[in-house]
Ligand binder design. Sequence first.
Ligand code: F6P
Length: 587
Amino acid sequence: MRAPESSAVTHCRRATARATVDLVTTPIDATSTPAWTELTALKEALVPDLRGWFADDPGRVERFSFELADLHVDLSKNLIDDAIVAALVRLAEETGVAERYAAMLRGEHINTTEDRAVLHTALRRPAGASPALVVDGQQVDHDVQEVLEAMSAFADRVRSGEWTGITGKKVQTIVNIGIGGSDLGPVMISAALEPFGGDIEARFVSNIDPFDLAHKTKGLDPETTLFIVASKTFTTLETLTNARLARDWLWAGLEASGAIGPSTGSGTDAEAQRTDAVAHHFVAVSTALDKVAAFGIDTANAFGFWDWVGGRYSVDSAIGLSLMIEFGPESFRELLAGFHAVDEHVASTPIERNVPVLMGLLNVWYTNFLGAQSHAVLPYAQQLSRFAAYLQQLTMESNGKSVRWDGSPVTSETGEIFWGEPGTNGQHAFYQLIHQGTRLIPADFIAFANPAYPLADDGRDVHGLFLANFLAQTKALAFGKTAEEVEAEGTTGALVAARTFAGNRPTTSIFAPALTPRTLGELIALYEHITFTQGVIWGINSFDQWGVELGKQLALQIAPAVEGDQAAFDAQDASTRALLEYYRAHR
Ligand code: F6P
């Protein structure tokens, strides 16, 4: 975006028609910009006609297709024309997207409600990046590289067998215990990069439903299992509860195999053996190393990060330790390089060719002008089975808000409901609604030219068949099938309408040569910056998440009532009391 230089301004300021605005504290109201007025008029005049637009404009595909590092992004099947794109670009300019991005990179405290910098982009700056990034007195680059090196050294020790369990056996399984941003990134990437894995299996426990821990530890040998407790705050109820359950599981298993003595044994010995077991089988990732120590994990085996890394932006911090062990430090560095390539593109590419910004603008077009409420993400890669779940936290925890970063109410609809499943499974489930339902659902299709496992069916490349489905779906959604075409196939009567497809269902196609650590990093960073762009236009602080707090507080208040405390029961509302009674009657 050709971001402004930090030396020129302390805070990013932008001159509007009315005043000079400090963008760190005061959002620009997008709805009062000339671009918004123009887009409103363009929406009124819009008659979607992808068939006609493609027929009349041979340059459309080329004009609306872009290269973003290794990703090829085709926006041509969206409900846009040159005038709409130009107005969207002006909207980004008039709301200061580039200035705020620059402020973020500089380490300004754009997370105003928590008074923090937002520096996940610093996590993937290459070693030796110049000039060095110093924020609030912290040597950011130095600290990031130091943790990466510590993680790499630890990962190598585990992978080589130098690090062992208490009985000297090599680690066979790592179990990451975390939730939200301390789980969704690692679990999504672990599945996505499965073909790059070695002989260490990774499992992920997140839910406080005891089934999760019980299920994920099933069949594991405590002597060869290493737990990673991943929690930015190290206060999260789910994670700490699961960590204690895991510790009990470990002690019980080691006791059963005779690796440690019975807990009833002579006091100090039994205690020392348990402490030793934790030291061999538990490591931690957190910003709160004092709390890690209080849990009983040696801080020598803890990997830190910083409050300027938001949970949902943290997979490229030490939160990715499980990935580094599973796939090796080199693959992790490749992942980071993918992220960084996209960060660079965003910083240096004019908005009219800036792919993440353009995609964020398209989402604003659909949400605020065409009335879309949800957004489908449809990877044609089974390994991306958890990608939509990952994006749900990234996008919905970031932009699902109704106040702006100065505390004033938002002035337009915000947030999109992200959802999806890999094709072709989705085709046999919910695509019907996208094709012929009454709702507008923009969809991102993600595909890879090369398969992870090239298999042939009777000599026929199965991946080719798979990709034919991706191409067929985007074509059907864009161009539909007219009544005349249906009739030409011999269909008559009421069936004609049922078999007709209106088309003009917008899609974006994201194509890459293969799903690798690098292209995956690029893909994640793409969505981070799409989310950022939308947040700026809506005036939202995309980096806090106060909306999850109330439920956490109430759960702690209700827990005693569940456990039988009458005063806590009496303090509940009528519906909650009735549900508690049902629970009591059925336990
Ligand atoms: O769901 C709220 C949240 O704070 C997320 O933002 C975060 O990723 C998750 O909880 C886990 O938090 P922590 O890493 O501190 O355990």
